[in-house]
Unconditional design. Structure first.
Lengths: 319, 273
């Protein structure tokens, strides 16, 4: 077990290092470095002669360390990031780390509730359709799932917002609160649900057909008892393999839902910054997502390994 | 059960209808997509204007038809790049040594797990909003699923007894690829392509909806969505109409993917998820 955990931590560190190089390269490749942006944004350049401007730029570049070699710049940058110094926002002039930290709870709340909604609905759908696979209910649910996959988040989000305001007086603006959370969480959940439902349905059907479940049925155990006592647990372990995909879906659709519902989360903040080309915030947003994705995926990997040491082998063979 | 085939047919019909409508846009559209004041401003759907008019009195139906050309063509072009790059990289990795293979697999896993939306957003944040930037951002990560899939499939195909025998009999590299590898790669890659193109359309439309993708006044679905978003309260049909176009296309592609998956499953071919 210790070996698995240590390996997980090491892999995560390696992946984060690789990802950080990619992010650094992306940010460096962007047109207009920090100095360009500063001089452009502040309008200082208008008051200087070309010579003075060149000197001021050179001074600022030295100050920021932009005159050093690229590997050295990367290391200094990485060191700063590790100390959670993410720079200051061009727009607000405040440290990006503080602004993100303020907004993280709202995003986490939305993501978690959205995930729970998805999980609950997926379970319900899977249980009902796995009872009679191929039956009319199964078909109807499949069509509904397909539709839920196909409905773009922005369409579902903006229309549900509009009609929720009209019909139930949903509060459009305001603080993050439970009264405002349910609708975006629902929208988020609907998008993430179908993949889970499909997997659960397949694994439920699989388990119902296994000798132990059939034997339990023959002994006279009711469907509900077989489901709850025997089948439920083994049928839900495959869900773990979806964790990565689900996370990515949730992050992607939370971008749209947060903006549409003006939910004061990280993504809403990032989108506003992106529209304003606020580079430090864009970079921090990218880094935050990378960190979350890598950590969640690695954790799931380790957990999966601990739950069932065989999976390490089988996933290796399949993927 | 023939569910798989029915789904594929439904999907192909939906997608083909959208593509045909876009191709034949100049014939089908009743108004010039850019002409202002061809009808009342912000009117709802009517017999004259099937999807209503926008705030400049332009005909939404005509704009949708013409917009489909940009949206679908851009998506298709992006998809071709992603599939080609992914399959080639995957095949090369499959043929490379153990160390390269291990490292590459880690990289694929990282990129596959990463939300396409976020990369596209970041690129837009660094380069400024445009359809091309948004697509490029998506391309930066979307090739990875194809690479991962084709690496696994190429390895599996080359390990098959038939392939090993063919190799032992002196079959050249191209012969192996054509007769042993490609037939096994084709189906799953097609499924993945359908899944990813649906995702791509969704991401690009979503970005445009936020004002970070295609820019108005071009009649592109995403750009139309962005304009519609501003009028969500007074004229929801401006979100509805392009949203429906995106929905139909994505639904078609999803049906194709689902159906093909069923068909492949029954043919006993592994379909990595």
């Amino acid at each position: 077990m210790a070996v698995a955990v240590v390996r997980g931590v090491l892999t995560a560190a390696g992946l984060l290092a690789v990802a950080s190089v990619l992010v650094f390269a992306l940010v460096r490749a962007a047109p207009g470095d920090a100095v360009d942006v500063e001089f452009g944004e502040s309008g200082v350049a208008a008051f200087l002669t070309p010579d003075e401007e060149a000197a001021a730029r050179a001074a600022r570049e030295r100050q920021l360390g932009l005159d050093r070699s690229v590997p050295e710049q990367y290391l200094r940058w990485a060191y700063r990031i590790m100390r959670l110094d993410l720079g200051t926002s061009f727009r607000t002039g405040r440290p990006v780390a503080d602004e993100l930290a303020e907004r993280l709870p709202a995003s986490l709340a939305l993501g978690c509730v959205g995930f729970l909604v998805a999980l609950g609905v997926a379970w319900a759908v899977a249980l009902v359709s796995a009872r009679r696979p191929g039956g009319p209910v199964d078909h109807v649910l499949r069509v509904l799932s397909l539709t839920a996959t196909a409905v773009p988040t922005f369409l579902l989000g903006s229309l549900s917002l509009r009609y929720a305001v009209e019909w139930v007086g949903y509060p459009v603006a305001g603080e993050a609160s439970a009264r405002r959370l349910w609708l975006p969480a629902l929208v988020l959940g609907v998008g993430a649900m179908p993949v889970m439902a499909r997997l659960l349905r397949a694994s439920l059907i699989d388990e119902y057909g296994r000798p132990y479940a059939v034997a339990a049925r023959i002994r006279g155990a009711s469907w509900a008892r077989v489901t709850l006592r025997h089948v439920l647990r083994p049928a839900s372990t495959p869900l773990l393999t979806l964790a990565g995909l689900t996370l990515s879906t949730l992050v992607a659709s939370s971008v749209l839902t947060e903006v549409i519902f003006s939910w004061p989360g990280v993504s809403e903040y990032a989108v506003a910054a992106i529209a304003a080309k606020d580079h430090p915030v864009v970079q921090a947003y990218l880094l935050l997502t990378v960190a979350v994705v890598v950590l969640v995926n690695r954790t799931v990997d380790v957990v999966q390994h601990l739950l069932d040491p065989r999976t390490a082998r089988t996933t290796e063979a399949v993927a | 059960m023939k569910g798989g085939r029915g789904l594929v047919v439904t999907g192909v019909v939906l997608v083909a209808a959208m593509v045909l409508a876009a191709v034949a846009a100049p014939l089908l559209a009743r108004y010039d997509p850019a002409a202002q004041g061809v009808g009342p401003v912000l009117a709802g759907p009517s017999a004259e204007h099937w999807f209503g008019t926008d705030r400049f009195g332009r005909d939404v139906a005509s704009r949708l038809l013409h917009g489909g050309r940009t949206t679908l063509l851009a998506t298709a072009a992006a998809l071709v790049v992603v599939v080609a790059v992914g399959v080639v990289v995957g095949a090369v990795v499959a043929a490379a040594g153990a160390i390269v293979d291990r490292l590459a697999r880690r990289l694929f896993d990282l990129l596959v797990a990463f939300p396409v939306m976020v990369v596209a957003l970041a690129l837009v944040g660094l380069w400024g909003p445009s359809l091309r930037t948004a697509l490029t951002g998506a391309l930066l990560v979307l090739w990875a699923p194809f690479a991962r899939l084709s690496r696994a499939l190429v390895r599996a195909a080359l390990a098959e007894p038939l392939a090993v025998t063919a190799r032992a009999l002196g079959a050249g590299r191209w012969r192996l690829v054509r007769h042993e590898v490609w037939p096994r790669l084709r189906g799953p890659v097609l499924v993945l392509a359908a899944v990813e193109s649906a995702q791509l359309i969704g991401v690009v439309a979503g970005l445009s909806f936020l004002g970070l993708g295609a820019q108005p006044p071009s009649p592109e679905w995403g750009a139309m969505l962005q304009e519609g978003r501003a009028a969500l309260w007074s004229a929801p049909h401006l979100v509805f109409a392009p949203g429906l176009a995106v929905l139909t296309t994505v639904a078609g592609l999803t049906c194709i993917a689902e159906g093909l998956r069923d068909v492949l499953d029954r043919a006993g071919q592994a379909m990595p998820s």
